[in-house]
Ligand binder design. Sequence first.
Ligand code: SF4
Length: 166
Amino acid sequence: MTHNTSVTDRARIVVSACLLGAPVRYNGRDKKTHHPVLQRWIEEGRVVSACPEVLGGLGTPRPPAEIVQIGGLRRVTTNEGRDVTAAFERGAEDTLEQALRHGVRVAILKEGSPSCGTSFVYDGTFTSMPVPGEGVAAALLRSHGIRVFSENELDAASAYVEALER
Ligand code: SF4
């Protein structure tokens, strides 16, 4: 049987803006990935670009931030000790809103980021020490049923999207 999948039927995919080449990281740089799966999705018009930290109102460049647990609560602080949790949560909510508006069921987020990390983040000491965990936006998308992959899992993500459309 032949499927004629139109652009509007295709699964839309939220992708961290820095992976698409936008210079929105804390240091004013990007993390562009040239993986063929991502290139194909861009050509197919599936990609919804989002940077949770920019959506949350943080400037670029900005001080690096990491997740810490304070009194059992998840907080995000900069390396200067400023609490930026509210901006991170606002950005995560805006990212979720964009995802829901586009009917997104899959996201590709930048590993290790305090917003976008999918399996690890840094431990809050600003010493490049990874710990298992997820970023604020990744956690929120997952809690709403969106399947989140990192940029290191694009082949698995591609198989997942194909299975969704079968
Ligand atoms: Fe990239 Fe996410 Fe950081 Fe924005 S918040 S720069 S999209 S990793």
